[in-house]
Design a protein around this ligand. Structure first.
Ligand code: FE2
Length: 275
């Protein structure tokens, strides 16, 4: 643990400036070139191929064209009376332009764990939701607001964002105060309850890492928690001394004499196969 500091996450914006001028007040757009490999199309492919048993939290927005959200875990548990989909049906929905959400994806990548762990020093426990669309104008959410502080990391494609001038408990989005297009490497911060809307301009992946505020958190009484207090870390499960020599540096080669055609190579196995 401890790969990232808040300075790395908000780079090049000074964290102090973020807390004083933006936190809870105003959205912040950071156009840059970092964290663009957090979750790419090959990661999406790997996760989706785990469907359905090794993929617990897939949501398909507007899966029936009537605005219904299809949630794998709820269908599995019988909480949602919608049909179980075959993998090929899921693929067809993806190709037809439905937006997929991989929710509670914190432990799919080490970087997510590290970012959550750092930001959880300042906020309550976070969650990672990955929004993926295969096409321009894929159906997403209409203008809405969320009850969490939201950090949106962009890793694939272009997304048009609209930010409104008001927040919940007002019931409808008000006037548009900002519109912009974000690309891979960019970060958007949206304060909790602020109305916003995201539209895919191309196939895209945007990662929402969001956190409730700490109780009674304020600039006057600013509380910072110790690292690692809220979640278990990402561990390296590689057995020791398996692939590495005593120095742990270079991989060990099989000596030439034991390789095929070497002085100590035996043809036994091939001979057996021929019988
Ligand atoms: Fe949202």
């Amino acid at each position: 643990m401890g790969k990232y500091t808040i300075k790395d996450i908000l780079d090049p914006v000074d964290p102090k400036r973020f807390w004083l001028n933006y936190w809870g007040k105003k959205h912040l757009v950071i156009r840059r070139n970092t964290f663009k490999t957090l979750f790419k199309w090959h990661d999406f492919t790997n996760v989706l191929n785990g469907y359905p048993r090794n993929l617990n939290h897939l949501q398909i927005l507007d899966y029936d064209g009537k605005g219904t959200k299809w949630c794998l875990d709820k269908v599995n548990k019988g909480k949602l009376k919608l049909p179980m989909l075959k993998k090929k049906e899921v693929l067809d929905l993806w190709r037809s332009g439905k937006t997929f959400v991989l929710s509670m994806a914190e432990y799919t990548k080490q970087d997510f764990v590290e970012i959550c762990d750092e930001l959880e020093r300042y906020f309550e426990r976070g969650q990672v939701n990955i929004y993926c669309s295969s096409k321009k104008d894929a159906v997403g959410f209409p203008a809405h607001c969320d009850s969490t502080e939201n950090f949106l990391f962009h890793t694939e494609g272009k997304v048009k964002w609209t930010i409104y001038d008001n927040s919940a408990p007002e019931r409808k989005p008000g006037k548009v105060v900002d519109e912009f297009v974000l690309e891979a490497g960019d970060l958007l911060y949206i304060p909790q309850y602020r109305y916003h809307k995201a539209e895919s301009l191309t196939p895209r992946i945007s990662i929402s890492i969001h956190f409730p505020n700490k109780r009674n958190q304020s600039l006057k009484k600013f509380q910072i928690t110790k690292k690692g207090a809220k979640r278990e870390g990402w561990y390296n499960w590689m057995p020791e001394n398996l692939y590495y020599d005593a120095e742990g540096s270079s991989t060990r080669d099989v000596p030439r004499k034991f390789r095929m055609g070497g002085t100590q190579w035996k043809k036994t196995y091939f001979n057996n196969l021929k019988k």
